[in-house]
Design a protein around this ligand. Sequence first.
Ligand code: GAL
Length: 372
Amino acid sequence: MFMHFKQTVALLALSLLSFACKTSSPSEAAPLAHSFKPGAVWLDNRGVAINAHGGGILEFGGTYYWFGEHKIEGKEGNFAHVGVHVYSSKDLYNWKDEGIALAVSKDPQSEITAGCILERPKVIYNARTKKFVMWFHLEFKGNGYKTARSGVAVADQPTGPYQFVHSLRPNAGHLPAGLQEDEDPKTQIYRRDLAVGQMARDMTLFVDDDGIAYHIYASEENKTLQIARLTDDYQRHSGQYVRTFINRSMEAPAICKREGKYYLIASGCTGWKPNAARSAVADNILGPWKELGNPTVGINPQTGLGPEKTFGGQSTYILPVAGRPDAFIAMFDIWRPENAIDGRYVWLPVSFANGEFKVEWQDEWDLTRFSK
Ligand code: GAL
């Protein structure tokens, strides 16, 4: 009887301890994930929903770093009040909160003052300077989407802290390379912007096998994508750039390279509302690009939306899985502009089977898919 009482007390103490641990140690809050569940709430190591929208991934030293817009609740969450959030992972399913990589500034004079628009951050590593270089779409506070600039920040560590370097309009004073297909003066926005630099909104970065980095961005009032070579330190534009998908109004560009060919996924131009994805292929990143049509297949049962609306999402990045030359993950955002923090992530495997370029909906999947 006495033993029984002791055992009961011990058991009670143990369960109290485990309760205390569960509530005080956030790392126990999230069970380990072994799969991707596109569109579902995705918890970090502390059991908090991952807050990294319009994001991109850098793989460095065997660790993946996920950078994205930190959003707050409500419509105000469509403005940058915190900065760029970074998470790290070894397996791509489980993400550790590494905090704010680039914080917006409290200084009202700063170009990245709180309340500006800071979107689609991407980070690349410069082996020559040993710096991590972040680029993002920047709209000055109180100016709507009229600013159309790009911001640059650098850090010595992948997780930061990143220091804001400057903002710029691409390639001021430089004309694009190649033949221009639209010599109607009304549509020559790139000529209008020659002196001040080209407009740059939705964007991504791509580092090629030879270490040359490119900035790919929606330009010319979002009508035409431009692809610009960066300087060797990755912090400016080199003056060399092309205009692609002229007057096709493509946004949300994401690029990968497989077997020497470059593939692009992008969206149409309908703000936060989803539209049909586009895709294209090229032998040279500077073109010519050949459109391949909508790469998406299937229906997202959560939204009831399929290819006509990209499952309810918009592209943001194509992630090459390290060490697997044929494994690429297409990343999309499902935006929730009424409550921006509740935006969701859709990660799906890219398939190159039968010479196609496809992204098929999956309710749940894991990396073993790429071994097939
Ligand atoms: C989208 C764009 C987003 C954001 C939004 C604002 O088209 O991809 O990054 O800028 O418009 O309406």
